[in-house]
Design a protein around this ligand. Structure first.
Ligand SMILES: NC(=O)c1ccc[n+]([C@@H]2O[C@H](COP(=O)([O-])OP(=O)(O)OC[C@H]3O[C@@H](n4cnc5c(N)ncnc54)[C@H](O)[C@@H]3O)[C@@H](O)[C@H]2O)c1
Length: 723
């Protein structure tokens, strides 16, 4: 009997196999939700479908319960493909396979058990579960299965959980044990490795093992066809199917076909001397496809044919990518080895040149490059790590410290805070994380003569301006947290020094760097919602007991109430979406807290095209709340949540009146969920560090800081105030 598929979820749907499965489902008119954290997959593979409204895409991990629930809601079948697909990774760190094969599957099953998800799971397993059984052709009844890699063990454990959930909780589970899958969009595996090796060197292709390892290969579109077949035809509560052709192809054959398809007939193949490629690799694998054949499905190609077809498709794609295109062109033009080497490392040269640093005697200079051995003069390529300081060891200072050291090629040299205990605590934490010393200094003046590339200033508003100006005068690049000074006069003074300084000032408007905000900007630029008519933002802070005693609610220390902070963030976001804004109207009031600043504010501004910006911010929300709505003449984008205790960030966009055509809420929207981990600081820090390293403009500078402060100031001046 055939079970028609109506709505499916594909975990890992941006991956190699998953994205082909998405194509096939869309072609059959099946509604698809994809959840993928893009750890190895690429969203480009499915973007066309998302844009045309055929696929709902959720970016994030299936391990996030909220996202998993959202992705699995109201679908009838889940194709569970999200995993670590690379068996070699687990040899270095077996916990990867525990988490990404077993726990991901457990998560899906738990959602199903709690009735929050579908009743049917089709699972992407692998022939590696059988272990090393020599050249024996295994069928699904073979046992005991004794995998020899953590990857195989993870797949087998996941299968066992599916079987148990089928037995105990009445779900339906179909396990598909794949052979080796080949074809276009491969994200890992032998073919992918070969391509990477060739990018380094076109004259020799080293292959792991002696080349005689042989596995059954299956073309990716055959696998997809097989998956859809079992989803529609397999009717047991639990069942297992091999999906592989008879016979096997050697890895050397795979390499030869790739070289032939790329036209690299002179490239030598260099083999090792072990019968296996790496520890955990099964040297000989044969799988019987008889069980599925009896049900009515077999792959359309033999193993060797699948290699021919799959490698050809893979090579066609590869030839179009950089640096392959250049390499092949150069190769054809007979350019020698030394010049090819130069091509592949030229980006390092530019980094070094742009950093403009002296390197030879500096012990911290990292020599990344190499000597040119082509007789045209030695060129040494260097880049040095960026040295940082954090001033202010509070919450944000700590965030910036962590983000900075995780950028890579960075070293946080100093933490400055007048509070000894807080300063030393953060300095020690940083030192342990980066494996290099980090010194606490009490007074920022001590930093002015030190060799620092970038200082982060995360101190109360009333003392920031002086510190920032002194750093800039001493040619130290700065990232200062918004607002740029406690009032418009300070902002003007800072901007004036920044304009004349040799150093750069970045202003921390991290809201621009929330993934949903960045995505919304992209959608606006792509014209998805037409011309923007108005933008509405709401930021409600929940407050907390004793909040009135904190510095943010003191006019002297903060500079204003909620219109100033967080208002300045919202005003900046308004400019981000609408361009330059002029103030129209504002109202402020102090409704609850016993403080000398407003605890609620509404304001309106307008851009030069007449589009309006509406802002509402308060400290009396009792539970944090963040909303951004962008409304165009052709559609809308709505963002809810700002991660952390503002909730998971979710973006929904849709066309104007699409519900009139489609009916249900779900069908008219595209929903993207960005998880609950606040990545805005790390993303902004990374962009600023890279800009400083490469001498490029920073994302938001002193002009942005000044304009946002001026606008808030203008709104204050015109605001009506509740008596
Ligand atoms: N390619 C093969 O030869 C082969 C053979 C046997 C089994 N398989 C299995 O088929 C499935 C798909 O493999 P593939 O070759 O397409 O690999 P792939 O890496 O291209 O696809 C896996 C996808 O899962 C995503 N992902 C990883 N962890 C995730 C998480 N926690 N939450 C959400 N998404 C996550 C990745 O970004 C990627 O898009 C995997 O389960 C793999 O083990 C593949």
């Amino acid at each position: 009997m055939k079970t028609p598929l109506a709505k499916v979820c594909i975990t890992g749907g941006c991956g190699f196999i998953g994205s082909h499965l998405v194509d096939a489902c869309v072609a059959r008119g099946i509604e698809v939700t994809v959840i993928d954290n893009l750890s190895s997959g690429k969203v480009e593979y499915i973007t066309g479908h998302v844009r045309s409204g055929n696929v709902q895409f959720i970016k994030g991990s299936i391990l996030d319960p909220y996202l998993a629930k959202t992705a699995l809601a109201s679908v009838d079948t889940v194709f569970h493909l999200a995993a670590n697909p690379d068996a070699r990774r687990g040899i270095e760190d077996p916990s990867v396979d525990l988490e990404l094969e077993v726990v991901t599957t457990f998560q899906v099953l738990e959602m199903m058990r709690r009735q929050a998800g579908p009743r049917r799971i089709i699972f992407a397993s692998s022939g590696t579960v059988y272990g090393d059984v020599g050249g024996l052709e295994v069928n699904e009844d073979f046992g005991p299965c004794q995998p020899i890699s953590p990857y195989g063990a993870g797949k087998l454990a996941a299968e066992a959980f599916i079987s148990a959930y089928a037995g105990s909780f009445g779900i339906s589970g179909i396990v598909c044990r794949f052979g080796n899958v080949v074809g276009e969009r491969a994200t890992h595996g032998a073919l992918f490795d070969f391509a990477n090796r060739l990018k380094e060197n076109l004259s020799v292709l080293p292959i792991l093992g002696d080349g005689s390892q042989a596995k059954p290969y299956i073309y990716v579109r055959d696998i997809v066809d097989g998956l859809l077949f079992v989803a529609e035809r397999a009717d047991a509560q639990f069942d297992v199917f091999n999906m592989a052709p008879q016979g096997a192809s050697t890895v050397e054959f795979l390499a030869r076909v790739l070289l032939r398809e790329l036209g690299l007939t002179d490239t030598m193949i260099e083999t090792g001397n072990t019968p296996y490629g790496w520890i955990g690799d099964i040297p000989q694998s044969r799988m019987s496809g008889q069980k599925l054949a009896k049900l009515g499905w077999s792959p359309s190609y033999t193993s060797d044919q699948a290699v021919e077809v799959g490698v050809k498709a893979f090579a066609e794609d590869l030839k179009l990518t950089e640096p392959f295109r250049t390499l092949l062109r150069e190769c054809r033009a007979g350019i020698d080895e030394a010049d090819r080497e130069r091509t592949s490392i030229s980006s390092t040269v530019f980094v070094a040149a742009a950093s403009g640093r002296r390197f030879p005697e500096d012990p911290e200079v990292l020599a990344l490059g190499m000597e040119r051995g082509d007789g045209r003069g030695a060129m040494r390529m260097v880049s040095r790590s960026i040295r940082g300081a954090v001033i202010g060891a509070g919450l944000i200072g700590r965030q910036r410290s962590h983000s900075f050291i995780s950028v890579g090629d960075t070293c946080l040299k100093y933490v400055c805070d007048p509070e000894r205990a807080a300063g030393i605590k953060l300095a020690n934490e940083v030192a342990a994380l980066q494996g290099q010393p980090c010194e606490w200094v009490q007074d920022y003046e001590a930093l002015l003569t030190r060799d620092i590339d970038l200082a982060f200033v995360a101190v109360p508003h009333n003392i920031a301006a002086e510190i920032v100006m002194r750093l800039l005068e001493n040619r130290i690049n700065v990232l200062m947290e918004k607002p740029m000074g406690i009032n418009v006069e300070e902002a003007q003074a800072i901007a004036s020094i920044a304009r004349d300084s040799k150093a750069t000032l970045a202003v921390g408007f991290n809201y621009r760097h929330y993934p949903a905000i960045a995505r919304a900007k992209q959608l606006v630029q792509q014209g998805v919602i037409g011309n923007v008519i108005y933008v509405r933002m709401i930021l409600g802070h929940g407050g907390r007991p004793g909040y009135e005693k904190e510095w943010k609610l003191s006019r002297a220390k903060c500079g204003g109430g909620v219109l100033f902070d967080p208002g300045v963030h919202l005003v900046d976001l308004g400019r981000f979406f609408l361009g330059e804004l002029e103030p129209v109207q504002a109202h402020i009031a102090t409704l609850h807290w016993s403080v000398d600043v407003e605890d609620i504010a509404v304001a309106i501004a307008r851009n030069h095209q007449g589009a309006e910006f509406h802002l509402h911010t308060s400290l009396i929300e009792w539970e944090n709340h963040f909303f951004v709505g962008i409304f165009g003449d052709g559609g809308y984008i709505k963002i809810n949540g700002r991660m952390g205790n503002y909730g998971v960030q979710e973006l929904v966009y849709g066309k104007k009146w699409a519900w009139l055509e489609n009916g249900s809420q779900r069908e008219r929207n595209v929903v993207e969920v960005f998880g609950n981990e606040d990545t805005s600081f790390s993303q902004e820090t990374k962009l600023v560090v890279e800009a400083i390293r490469n001498g490029r403009p920073v994302p938001e500078n002193h002009e942005d800081g000044l304009r946002a402060t001026e606008l808030v100031d203008q709104l204050y001046r015109m605001a009506t105030v509740k008596p």
